[in-house]
Design a protein around this ligand. Structure first.
Ligand code: SF4
Length: 241
C-alpha cells in the first residue's frame, strides 16, 4: 500500500493522471492530506468513486500518540507509534516568535555519538517523508498550538536520510500544503560533509546547524565517530560553502 503523504505534489499529480484522473485533483487531495484528515471520507470535494479507488491501493499516513508529557514552560514531548510499531519522539516548544516543533528523522541512529541515547540500538530505519510530515501535522493537532517553525534535531541524523528529508522539506514548503517558509526551518547535522554539499546544491534557504560538541579533532574523535570520517577542517569548509 502507498502512503499518499510520501508523494510530492508533482508525484501525486502523475499518480492520479495514471489513474485516469484530472490534474486538478492533485491540488485538492494534497491540501486535504496536509490538513490532517485521517480518512478518505473527509475529502468532501472528491467523488465517492475516486475515494473508493484511492482506498483500494493507497492509505493516509497517521501517527498514534503513545505518551504526551507537558512541562511547566509549556514544552510538550510526544512519543509516537509508527505504522510498523516502531516509535519516535517530537517536541513542541513555545517561543516569542512562534511555536516550534523538533522532529525526528530516523528510528534510532547510526552515528554513534558517545553522549546520545538515540544511537544505543543503532539505526532501525529511516522515516519516510510522509512520517516526518505527520510529526508536524499531528504535533499541531495534539497540542492545539499552531506550528510556525521546525527544527530537524530529534532522533536520527537528517543527512543520513537524505532523500526523504529533502522530499519532506519540499512538501512542507509547498504553497499548496502547510507552507512553512524555509527561513523558519533549521536542519541539524553531526557533520555528514558530502551531504552538506548536496544540501547546498538544493538551493533551499534553510538554516544549517552543526552539533559540534568539541572544538578540537582530538576530543571530537573520541565522542563523535563521524569526525574520523570528516574532521573539523573539512566540516567548516563544507559549512562555508
Ligand atoms: S547524530 Fe544526533 S541522534 Fe545520532 S547519535 Fe549523534 S547526537 Fe544522537
Amino acid at each position: 500500500m502507498i502512503n499518499l503523504k510520501d508523494f510530492t505534489y508533482d508525484e501525486l499529480k502523475i499518480f492520479l493522471e495514471n489513474m485516469g484522473e484530472k490534474a486538478f485533483r492533485a491540488g485538492q487531495i494534497f491540501k486535504w492530506l496536509h490538513s490532517g484528515v485521517t480518512s478518505f471520507d473527509e475529502m468532501t470535494d472528491i467523488s465517492k468513486e475516486l475515494r473508493a479507488k484511492l482506498a483500494q491501493n493507497t492509505y493516509i499516513g497517521n501517527l498514534k500518540p503513545l505518551k504526551k508529557l507537558v512541562s511547566k514552560d509549556g514544552t510538550v514531548k510526544i512519543l509516537w507509534e509508527l505504522s510498523d510499531g516502531e516509535s519516535v519522539e517530537s517536541v513542541v516548544m513555545e517561543y516569542k516568535h512562534g511555536n516550534c516543533v523538533c522532529v525526528s528523522t530516523q528510528v534510532g541512529c547510526l552515528m554513534g555519538c558517545k553522549f546520545c541515547a538515540s544511537t544505543i540500538g543503532g539505526k532501525i530505519r529511516n522515516l519516510t517523508a510522509g512520517e516526518i510530515l505527520d510529526e508536524v501535522i499531528f504535533s499541531e493537532k495534539i497540542t492545539g498550538k499552531k506550528i510556525s517553525n521546525i527544527v530537524l534535531m530529534g532522533i536520527g541524523e537528517p543527512l543520513d536520510n537524505y532523500e526523504n528529508v529533502i522530499k519532506f522539506l519540499k512538501n512542507i514548503g509547498d504553497k499548496r500544503g502547510i507552507n512553512i517558509g524555509y527561513r523558519h526551518i533549521s536542519l541539524s547535522t553531526c557533520g555528514v560533509v558530502p551531504n552538506i554539499y548536496r544540501l547546498a546544491d538544493e538551493k533551499m534557504p534553510i538554516t544549517l546547524s552543526v552539533s559540534l560538541h568539541a572544538g578540537t579533532n582530538e576530543t571530537r574523535d573520541k565522542i563523535m565517530p563521524v569526525n574520523k570520517a570528516y574532521d573539523i577542517n573539512e566540516l567548516i569548509k563544507a559549512c562555508r560553502n
